[in-house]
Design a protein around this ligand. Structure first.
Ligand code: NAD
Length: 358
């Protein structure tokens, strides 16, 4: 029997709660498929700093490289906010992505029919939304040099090299080929030199994908259009900081940030993680929505392990749980049959996933 080795990084806040539910669902599908998992846990973030003095111990990087894929929860919290920057949980995560070379962050935003009322936008606006944000993940202003602080002056640098734009653009066009064949590249080319290069390079890459139609949009307009008419988008291709912000915005189309998964890929090992953070405000209360993480586990099966059937079963199980009216607190409305805890939602989905045959 095939055995996949999964590196689990639970992290801080709600991280351990949501990863435990994703593991429950993975085990439920594995039980009736011809494969199995072995899990190894590694530390990252505030918990890693507390134990080792480093938010990203070398052992975690080595463990990730030994695995077939990484399933990641979330890191961070107020407790560590005043540490020097390189000791902060977020620095550990940025360094981890860089070490693994995962330059492409895929963030699907799909509105489940069952949850059209959970969005803060009108159902007529969000019904049928199915878009993918392709965000460059290890370049741009989060990584650019020089950066720093000199007294009352602080600075960061937004920088992209041609090869970085080329490789992320190829990812976006390839994904579009499997979807509705439309890429909208989002930048700020009316103001930023780096965006002018971005646009130029994306235009060049587009020539290799004649079936895909390419449009460009300034990021301020994109933020507005996502709310005005989100169905106009198929694949949104964008840089690190713009993608970070737009994908959080896109999460509210679906009703809750607790629903949206992501895959960070580009090199040998991919990292599969919800788009949300460690939600310290609800940690330990058993009310976090585990669906984003369970959905990330499904992306891991699909993209890293090639287990499409098992991924389909998880996706179907999530839909079934929602259509049966089960809701965590963040997505509860008058349709809710029952408000579930994190643990209950995980068990319901695991139970359906064990039985679901798409
Ligand atoms: P957040 O995503 O953690 O939380 C934003 C809001 O969404 C909160 O009200 C939270 O309760 C809610 N929320 C998030 N996930 C949820 C879920 N699964 N179910 C229900 N509600 C959910 O963002 P934040 O509050 O800005 O950041 C908190 C910490 O997380 C910070 O330390 C930040 O740096 C860190 N962070 C980490 C990551 C990551 O690990 N990838 C990403 C973003 C933020």
């Amino acid at each position: 029997m095939k055995k996949y080795s999964i590196a689990l990084i639970k992290g801080d806040g709600i991280g351990p709660e949501i990863i435990d539910e994703a593991v429950k669902v993975l085990d439920a599908v594995a039980a009736s498929e011809a494969f199995d998992f072995s899990y190894e846990e590694f530390l990252m973030g505030g918990c890693a700093y507390d134990l080792t003095g480093d938010p990203l111990p070398q052992e975690t990087i080595d463990g990730a490289f030994r695995s077939d894929a990484v399933l990641f929860g979330a890191i961070g919290g107020q407790k560590w906010d005043n540490l020097p920057r390189e000791k902060r949980p977020e620095s550990g995560l940025l360094r981890f992505r860089k070490e693994l070379g995962v330059f492409a962050n895929l963030r699907p935003a799909v509105v489940y029919d069952e949850l059209v009322n959970a969005s803060s936008l009108k159902p007529s606006v969000v019904q049928g939304v199915d878009l993918m944000v392709v965000r460059e993940l290890i370049g741009g202003i989060y990584f650019g040099e020089p950066k720093g602080r000199e007294g009352d002056r602080a600075f960061n640098t937004m920088v992209y090299a041609r090869y970085e734009i080329e490789r992320i653009a190829h990812v976006a066009f390839k994904i579009a080929m499997e979807r509705d064949k439309r890429v909208c590249s989002v930048d700020k080319a009316n103001v930023l030199d780096v965006s002018q290069l971005w646009r130029e390079v994306v235009e060049e890459v587009a020539k290799e994908y004649p079936e895909v139609s390419l449009s460009h949009m300034y990021v301020d307009n994109a933020a507005m259009q996502l709310i005005r008419d989100p169905r106009q988008f198929d694949v949104i291709l964008t840089g690190n900081i713009f993608g970070d912000i737009l994908s959080d915005e896109a999460s509210m189309l679906s009703g809750s940030i607790g629903l949206l998964p992501s895959a960070s890929v580009g090199n040998k090992i991919g990292v599969y993680e919800p788009i949300h953070g460690s939600a310290p405000d609800i940690a330990g209360q058993g009310i976090a929505n585990p669906i984003a993480t369970i959905s990330s586990a499904s992306m891991m099966l699909r993209y890293a392990l090639g287990e499409t059937k098992a991924a389909d079963r998880i996706d179907a199980a999530i839909k079934k749980a929602l259509s049966e009216g089960y809701r965590t607190k963040d997505i509860a409305d008058f349709d809710a049959k029952e408000i579930c805890s994190t643990n209950e939602m995980g068990s319901i989905i695991a139970n359906y996933a064990a039985k679901c045959k798409r």
